[in-house]
Ligand binder design. Structure first.
Ligand SMILES: C[S@@+](CC[C@H](N)C(=O)[O-])C[C@H]1O[C@@H](n2cnc3c(N)ncnc32)[C@H](O)[C@@H]1O
Length: 349
C-alpha cells in the first residue's frame, strides 16, 4: 500500500459528518495529500462527484497522482477557497451534498524546508501556501512598525509577550531565515518556559497573516452555505482556537431563528435558521488516533446541515435517490450534472 506524507485527520468522522452517499456531489476545499478526497470518492461510488481545491500547486500535483484512478469523477482546482463560489459557478457545480474544510497546513508543507513554516529547520521566511501570493513572512517581520507587528502577534498568535517580541524583532532585523527569527524570539522571552517552543505562537501568527487565513475562512463559510442543497452538510476541522471560534460563531448565528433584541415583545426580524447544528459539542480525535497521529491532537470538528426554508431557495436534494434536483422557477425539475470532465486544472483564476 502506498504511504502518503499526510495522515488524514478524523477520516471516518468526516465521512459520517458529510453523510456521504453513492451518487452524491461533494467539495473538498483543502485537498492536501488527497486523503479525505479519496475517502469521499470511495464512499460516493458509484456516480459520485468531487471537486477538490488547494492553493498549493504541489498538493494538486501529488493528489492528482493519487486520485487518477477515479477518472472523471474528480476535478482538482488550484485556487484559494476564498473563491469557492466562483469556482463552483465556473463548473456549474451546484448545489452540492457536502463541503469539507480541513484547515491549516499539511505535513508535506510543514516538512518542506523551503516553505519556511517550521522553526526547527533553517529556511527562508516564506510561509505562503501559494507561490502566487505577494506577501511573505519576511515582508512582515522586516517592514511592519512596532504597533503593527505587536498587534499581529497578539491577535493571531494570542502571544502574551507580543510587544516584547515585536521590539526584539525591530532591533535585530532584517531577518532572512526561520531559525534566526526563532532564536531572537527565544532570547526576547528569556528562554524556554513550558512545553512549547517560545516561537510557536509568533510563527502561527505570521502564517495566519501571510495567508489571510481567518478572513478567507469567514468568507468561505458563507459561500459554502450558499452552495449546499437542503440537507447538505458542512464539515469543518480546525486546529487552533481562532479558527474554531469563527466556525462556532458562524454556525450558531446561522442556526438561530429570531435575532430581535431581547426587549422587543414580538419578533419583527423574521429571521429563519439556515443551518442545523449536527453536533452540539465539538468532535475531537480519539486517544487512539492521537497516539497514531500526534499532529491530530489539536483538531476540532464541527458539522452543520443546510436548511432551506420553503419558498426561499430553488435547490433540494434527495438523500434517498442520491441525486441533486434543480427545481426551476416554473417548477420543472432536472437532475444536476456538473459541467466538467475530470480535468486536473493547474493555475487558479
Ligand atoms: C490540513 S491540509 C489538508 C489535508 C487533507 N485533508 C488530506 O487528507 O490530505 C490543508 C490544506 O489546505 C490548503 N489550504 C489552506 N488554506 C487554503 C485556502 N485558503 N485555499 C485553498 N487551500 C488552502 C493547504 O495548502 C493544505 O494543503
Amino acid at each position: 500500500m502506498t504511504e502518503y506524507p499526510h495522515i488524514p485527520v478524523m477520516l471516518e468522522e468526516s465521512i459520517q459528518g458529510l453523510g456521504v452517499i453513492p451518487g452524491g456531489r461533494y467539495v473538498d476545499c483543502t485537498l492536501g495529500a488527497g486523503g479525505h478526497s479519496e475517502a469521499i470518492l470511495e464512499h460516493s461510488y458509484p456516480g459520485g462527484q468531487l471537486l477538490s481545491i488547494d492553493a498549493d500547486p504541489k498538493a494538486i500535483a501529488l493528489a492528482a497522482e493519487r486520485l487518477k484512478c477515479f477518472g472523471s469523477s474528480v476535478l482538482l482546482v488550484n485556487d484559494n477557497f476564498a473563491n469557492l463560489k466562483d469556482i463552483c459557478q465556473r463548473y456549474e457545480y451546484m448545489p452540492v451534498h457536502g463541503i469539507l474544510f480541513d484547515l491549516g497546513l499539511s505535513s508535506m508543507q510543514l516538512d518542506r524546508e523551503e516553505s519556511g513554516f517550521s522553526f526547527q529547520t533553517e529556511a527562508p521566511l516564506d510561509m505562503r501556501f501559494s507561490p502566487g501570493q505577494e506577501l511573505s513572512a519576511a515582508d512582515i517581520v522586516n517592514t511592519y512598525d512596532l504597533a503593527g507587528l505587536s498587534d499581529l502577534i497578539w491577535k493571531y498568535g494570542e502571544e502574551p509577550f507580543s510587544r516584547r517580541i515585536a521590539r526584539a524583532i525591530l532591533e535585530k532585523r532584517p531577518f532572512k531565515t526561520t531559525t534566526e527569527l526563532a532564536s531572537v524570539i527565544e532570547k526576547a522571552v528569556g528562554g524556554r518556559h513550558g512545553r512549547i517552543h517560545p516561537a510557536t505562537r509568533t510563527f502561527q501568527a505570521l502564517r495566519i497573516a501571510v495567508n489571510e487565513e481567518l478572513s478567507h475562512l469567514e468568507s468561505a463559510l458563507a459561500q459554502a452555505q450558499s452552495l449546499l442543497g437542503h440537507g447538505g452538510r458542512l464539515v469543518v476541522i480546525s486546529y487552533h482556537s481562532l479558527e474554531d471560534r469563527i466556525v462556532k460563531q458562524y454556525f450558531q448565528k446561522e442556526a438561530k431563528g429570531c435575532i430581535c433584541p431581547d426587549d422587543i415583545p414580538q419578533c419583527v426580524c423574521n429571521h429563519k435558521p439556515s443551518l442545523r447544528l449536527i453536533n452540539r459539542r465539538v468532535i475531537t480525535p480519539s486517544d487512539e488516533e492521537i497516539s497514531r497521529n500526534p499532529r491530530s491532537r489539536s483538531a476540532k470538528m464541527r458539522v452543520a446541515e443546510r436548511i432551506i426554508q420553503p419558498g426561499e431557495g430553488r435547490f433540494f436534494h434527495s438523500r434517498a435517490k442520491g441525486l441533486v434536483n434543480h427545481v426551476s422557477e416554473t417548477g420543472s425539475v432536472r437532475y444536476g450534472q456538473a459541467k466538467h470532465k475530470g480535468v486536473v486544472q493547474r493555475g487558479g483564476s
